[in-house]
Design a protein around this ligand. Structure first.
Ligand SMILES: Nc1nc2c(ncn2[C@@H]2O[C@H](COP(=O)(O)OP(=O)(O)OP(=O)(O)O)[C@@H](O)[C@H]2O)c(=O)[nH]1
Ligand SMILES: [Mg+2]
Ligand SMILES: [Zn+2]
Length: 307
């Protein structure tokens, strides 16, 4: 059986996947690949090979494309509701460790519901979270405490400015040795921050941060970049592309960290903490130990307003 000595199969990590071409980082450098036809037949899905996937590939002969032979099982996924098919999950990034959820002081305005939704997604996916409050150079005095509530919940909040470099060292340190993604609305400064962390990446950023450029989506394709010193970071397009996310209703309460101590204490075992009598979560809201705004985000996610 020694004929199986096909030592050319290598492992790698997918950096970019568009229209059939997949760029894979290997110990030999970046190899552009296509998927083995058999894989496509097995899984007729848009997300059969996504950034962050660990793959086994056979490199092509000089000038030829490599071939992805196998996509290894995913440890974590960041997914959204499939854009065309209801109730289907569409994986965007695989094997992510850490999610950097970016907001801006100034423009575009902070959107707490979006943050709560991202936090729930991260909790559901088992991802660590860093909340980034960018454009600190534009902060107004009354905005300084905007994220304190989240720090009190135990989330790490980094105040940063891609312009002045404040907070950038902390972000760089959080990237080391991990696979991370920057997410958030278009124009908050995701690409600018990643450039500040590693200028060699030279990612394209929006020309102005004025309202006229809103929805322009400078970053178009989620791409994973190697980080100097070890690790990978994904820059992603603004929220609209990443869209509404799949969050199963039966686990939604667990995705709000402050609700966890109260779960199992409601009068009804299957309490969804809405109109049910004897609800321990609602009692905690009334007692002031759960903030009404966070509870409202829970209700909205439950009702599907922002799913
Ligand atoms: N004042 C200030 N402007 C910033 C800062 N960070 C980014 N910007 C500006 O905000 C605008 C948008 O920055 P981008 O980095 O392109 O934003 P993005 O989040 O990557 O946007 P998309 O790729 O469209 O999702 C650009 O004009 C940046 O120069 C900051 O810390 N302070
Ligand atoms: Mg960008
Ligand atoms: Zn309840």
């Amino acid at each position: 059986m020694a004929t199986l000595a096909v030592v050319t199969v290598e492992e790698g990590i997918v950096l970019r996947a568009t229209a059939g071409f997949i760029e894979v980082a290997t110990s030999e450098g970046v190899v552009t690949c296509k998927l083995r036809g058999r894989l496509k037949k097995e899984r007729q899905r848009t997300d059969l090979c996504v950034i962050g996937d660990r793959v086994r590939l056979s490199p092509g002969a000089d000038g030829d494309l490599g071939t992805i032979e196998e996509v290894l099982p995913r440890e974590t996924v960041l997914s959204r509701q499939h854009p065309a098919q209801a109730h289907r999950e569409d994986v965007i990034i695989a094997n992510l460790d850490r999610l950097f959820v970016v907001f801006a002081f100034g423009d575009p305005p902070f959107h707490p519901r979006m943050l709560d939704r991202f936090l729930a997604i991260a909790e559901h996916g088992g991802l660590e979270v860093v909340i980034v409050a960018n454009k600190l150079d534009q902060v107004r005095p009354e905005q300084r405490a905007l994220f304190d509530r989240y720090a009190a919940l135990g989330y790490e909040v980094v105040h940063a400015s891609a312009l002045t470099g404040e907070g950038v060292d902390t972000l760089r340190e959080r990237l080391l040795g991990k696979t991370s993604a920057f997410v958030g609305a278009s124009g908050v400064g995701k690409s600018s921050l990643i450039n500040a962390i590693d200028p060699a990446l030279a990612l394209r950023v929006g020309e102005t941060s004025s309202h006229t450029t809103k929805g322009k989506h400078t970053t178009r394709v989620a791409t994973l970049h190697p980080v100097a010193g070890g690790g990978y970071v994904a820059d992603t397009p603004g929220i609209r592309e990443l869209g509404a996310w799949a969050l199963p209703l039966e686990v939604l309460d667990r995705c709000f960290v402050e609700m966890r101590p109260h779960l199992g204490q409601c009068a009804f075992r299957d309490c969804r903490h809405r109109a049910e009598p004897g609800c321990a979560v609602k009692a905690a809201v009334e007692a002031g130990s759960i903030s009404p705004e966070r509870y409202d985000s829970y209700l909205r996610l439950y009702e599907g307003e922002e799913r």
